[in-house]
Design a protein around this ligand. Structure first.
Ligand SMILES: [Zn+2]
Length: 246
């Protein structure tokens, strides 16, 4: 294979590599985006659960207060009976006084129980209002899951096709050139092969000797930058082969 054809293949392989890097980044970003959406959903569900728990706690506390009122009510009845039946005015007064205290306690407890029920109603309404948001979030999460799956499959298919193409491109060149290219590609991703810019290396900017420039121009062999060791090509070939891979 002519040197220029080899260099053209390496340039194409390099473009394929750039595209593969982009695709790999996109593939990596998909689960991240999905994870963010899942966190939003989880936060919303937690908020709804919190409202439910608070509502339940209101009911529990209100029921407890009402039960206590019932117990006190029984006690009040007994004390009143005692006060009426007692022959001792002072113990009748004590019973009466105790009954009054319990009545005050009951009145306060009933007021609190009522407030708790009102609060529970408010919480229930708030929770109800969240249903729309929850449904929406769930729908959008499901849609995203489906699209992420489809996108991932499509990206992976592209990766597979391009990887196979790259294999073929480098398989065609001789082992030495291939190994130089692979090493340089690992060191300078997407920039293993660079154009001569004016009198310098397009990779590191080192000035090239007239001899090197002539060698690159003639495309007689593989010329490498004396400083960064990248493979050098003429600007024309570079431009011709720099079409991004879609
Ligand atoms: Zn260089």
């Amino acid at each position: 294979m002519a040197v220029e054809a080899i260099l053209a293949q390496l340039l194409r392989a390099q473009q394929v590599d750039k595209r593969l890097t982009t695709l790999a980044r996109r593939l990596e970003s998909l689960p991240v985006e999905l994870g963010e959406r899942e966190s939003t959903m989880a936060a919303l569900e937690a908020e709804a659960e919190e409202l439910e728990a608070e509502k339940r706690a209101c009911f529990v506390r209100s029921t407890k207060l009402e039960n206590e009122c019932g117990t006190r009510e029984d006690r009040i009845n007994k004390l009143e009976k005692q006060a009426i039946e007692s022959r001792d005015p002072s113990s009748a007064q004590i019973a009466q006084h105790e009954a009054t205290t319990h009545r005050q306690e009951n009145s306060a407890a009933q007021e609190e129980a009522l407030e708790l029920l009102e609060r529970a109603d408010g919480l229930a309404a708030k929770r109800e209002a969240m249903n729309g948001r929850l449904d929406e979030a769930k729908e959008s999460l499901d849609a995203m899951r489906a699209s992420v799956e489809a996108d991932a499959a499509e990206l992976q298919a592209d990766v597979d096709t391009l990887s196979a193409e790259r294999e073929e491109l480098v398989a065609d060149v001789n082992t030495t050139v291939r190994s130089v290219f692979q090493t340089l590609s690992a060191k300078h991703p997407g920039k293993a092969v660079v154009p001569v810019k004016g009198n310098s290396c397009g990779g590191c900017g080192t000035n090239l000797t007239a001899n090197d420039r002539v060698r690159v121009q003639a495309a007689k062999g593989m010329t490498r930058c004396p400083s960064c060791t990248r493979i050098l090509v003429m600007q024309d070939l570079w431009t011709k082969m720099s079409e991004p891979v879609q």
